[in-house]
Ligand binder design. Structure first.
Ligand code: NAP
Ligand code: MG
Length: 402
C-alpha cells in the first residue's frame, strides 16, 4: 500500500512514563504503516528536559509557531518527589504552562463519545466542549481575614499618583475580603481563541458569566467578546452557518442539561474548572477526553487530557501487564494530522484521521476495550485487553475498514 504523503512537518513532542510507551506503539502500529510521516521530533521526556535545561520545551514551542500544528504526549510536571527520582538540576516548570505562555492560548477539552459508554445525561448525543480561560480571577486573588470592625476599600493608584477609591464594606464585626483581577489583553486572546476554534470545528459557541450581578467585571468579559465578534467574526460565522451567543451562567447550565450537545461552552476561569470536571465525569472517563490548545494566532497543539498514568508505568516496569487506554493519545494524533491535512489541502490525510478515529470507536463498540472502560460499559461481556492488545485490535479494525 502507498503511504499517504505529507507536505509540512508536524511538531512532535514526546513525553513520559506510560504515555511514552503508548506513543511509540501508536506510531509503529497505527501511523507509520499508513502515513509517510513528516515530523520534527522534540523529546520532552523529563530526562531530556533536564539535560537541555528545559530548552527543548522552548524549541518545541517555537517550532509550533513556525509550522502551526503540534501533537504532544503527556509529560511529568516535576515536584519534590520527581526531583529525587530523576535527579533533576532544577524543578522545571510544567511544559504545558511554558507552551501555553509562548503560544498565548486557550485549552479546549471535549469528551470522545462512543456507543456503550453512555453519558449520565440522557439527552446528550454529541460532545460538549469546554473552553476555559486560564488566567486570573480567583486564581490570582488577594485575600484577607478581617478580625474585627473597620472599613475595607478598593484603591486604584494611577501612574500620576492620584487615587480612585470604592468602599467594599464597613465591617461591624469579623469577616473576609477578596480582591480579584483580570486584564483585557488576556480576555481578548481568550475570545479570539474561542471564535477561531468554533470556526475550525464548525460548532456554535456559547459564552456565559454573571454580568447582571457583576456589572463592571463580568460585563467587561461580555463586552469584549461581543466587540470582537461583531468586528472580526460575525461574517465568518454566518458563512460557516454557526452561531455565537452570550447568556447568563444560570441560563447556560439549564440549557446544557437539556441540550443534545455539539457546541462549545466558553467559561471564565473558575466556571471552566468546575464545569469541565462535571462534563468529563458525566461523559464517562478522563481517558476519553481530548484536549487542544488553540492560540489566537492560529496555532494548534493536540494532546490527551490525562497525565502520564504513573501507576500503570510502574507496573509495566515490573514486567506486569497493563491495560492503559490509548484513545485520547490516538485522538491527539488524529486531531493533529487532520488539522495538517486541512491546512495543506491533503484530503487523504484528513480521511485517514477520520478512519483512525472510527477504528478506535468501532473497536470499543465491538466489545474490545481496556479495563477503565470495561468497568463502566453498558456492552454485555466486554473483552478486556492489555495496552498493546488494544492498539493491535484497533489496527485490525482500521485495516478491515480501509
Ligand atoms: P493521570 O496520569 O491522569 O492518572 C490518574 C489515574 O487515572 C490513573 O492512575 C488511572 O487510574 C486513570 N487513568 C488516567 N489515564 C488513563 C488511561 N489512559 N487509561 C487508563 N486509566 C487512566 O494522573 P496522575 O497519576 O495524577 O499524574 C501522573 C503524572 O502526569 C504526573 O507527573 C503529572 O505531573 C502528569 N500530568 C501531565 C499532564 C499533561 O501532560 N497534560 C496532565 C496531568 C498530569 P487507575 O490507577 O485507577 O487505573
Ligand atoms: Mg479542577
Amino acid at each position: 500500500m502507498e503511504r499517504i504523503k505529507m507536505t509540512t512537518p508536524l511538531v512532535e513532542m514526546d513525553g513520559d512514563e506510560m504515555t511514552r510507551i503508548l506513543w511509540k506503539m501508536i506510531k509503529d502500529d497505527l501511523i507509520l504503516p499508513f502515513v509517510d510521516l513528516k515530523s520534527e521530533y522534540y523529546d520532552l521526556g523529563l530526562e531530556h528536559r533536564n539535560e537541555t535545561n528545559d530548552q527543548v520545551t522552548v524549541d518545541a514551542s517555537n517550532a509550533t509557531k513556525k509550522y502551526g500544528v503540534a501533537v504532544k504526549c503527556a509529560t511529568i510536571t516535576p515536584n519534590a518527589a520527581r526531583m529525587t527520582e530523576y535527579n533533576l538540576k532544577e524543578m522545571w516548570k510544567s511544559p504545558n504552562g511554558t507552551i501555553r505562555a509562548m503560544l498565548d492560548g486557550t485549552v479546549f477539552r471535549a469528551p470522545i463519545v462512543v456507543k456503550g459508554i453512555e453519558p449520565n445525561v440522557r439527552t446528550w448525543k454529541k460532545p460538549i466542549t469546554i473552553a476555559r480561560h486560564a488566567y486570573g480571577d480567583v486564581y490570582k486573588a488577594t485575600e484577607m481575614k478581617i478580625p474585627a470592625a473597620g472599613k475595607v476599600e478598593l484603591v486604584y493608584t494611577k501612574e500620576d499618583g492620584t487615587e480612585e477609591r470604592a468602599l467594599i464594606h464597613n465591617f461591624t464585626g469579623a469577616g473576609v475580603v477578596q480582591g480579584q483581577h483580570n486584564v483585557c489583553a488576556s480576555i481578548e486572546s481568550f475570545a479570539r481563541s474561542c471564535f477561531e476554534y468554533a470556526l475550525s470545528t464548525k460548532q456554535d459557541l456559547w459564552f456565559s458569566s454573571k454580568d447582571t450581578i457583576s456589572k463592571s467585571y463580568d460585563h467587561t468579559f461580555k463586552d469584549i467578546f461581543q466587540e470582537i465578534f461583531d468586528a472580526e467574526y460575525k461574517e465568518k460565522f454566518d458563512a460557516c452557518g454557526i452561531e455565537y451567543f452570550y447568556t447568563l451562567i444560570d441560563d447556560a447550565v439549564a440549557r446544557v442539561m437539556k441540550s443534545e450537545g455539539g457546541f462549545i461552552w466558553a467559561c471564565k476561569n473558575y466556571d471552566g474548572d468546575v464545569m469541565s470536571d462535571m462534563i468529563s465525569s458525566a461523559f464517562g472517563s478522563l481517558a476519553m477526553m481530548t484536549s487542544v490548545l488553540v492560540s489566537p494566532h492560529g496555532y494548534f497543539e493536540y494532546e490527551a487530557a490525562h497525565g502520564t498514568v504513573q501507576r500503570h508505568y510502574y507496573k509495566h516496569l515490573k514486567g506486569e501487564k497493563t491495560s492503559t487506554n490509548s484513545v485520547a493519545t490516538i485522538f491527539a494524533w488524529s486531531g493533529a494530522l487532520r488539522k495538517r491535512g486541512e491546512l495543506d489541502e491533503l484530503p487523504e490525510l484528513v480521511k485517514f484521521a477520520d478512519d483512525l478515529e472510527k477504528a478506535c470507536l468501532g473497536t470499543i463498540e465491538s466489545g474490545i476495550m481496556t479495563g477503565d472502560l470495561a468497568r463502566i460499559t453498558t456492552i454485555k461481556n466486554p473483552k478486556t485487553v492489555d495496552s498493546e492488545g488494544f492498539i493491535k485490535a484497533i489496527r485490525k479494525t482500521l485495516e478491515e475498514n480501509l
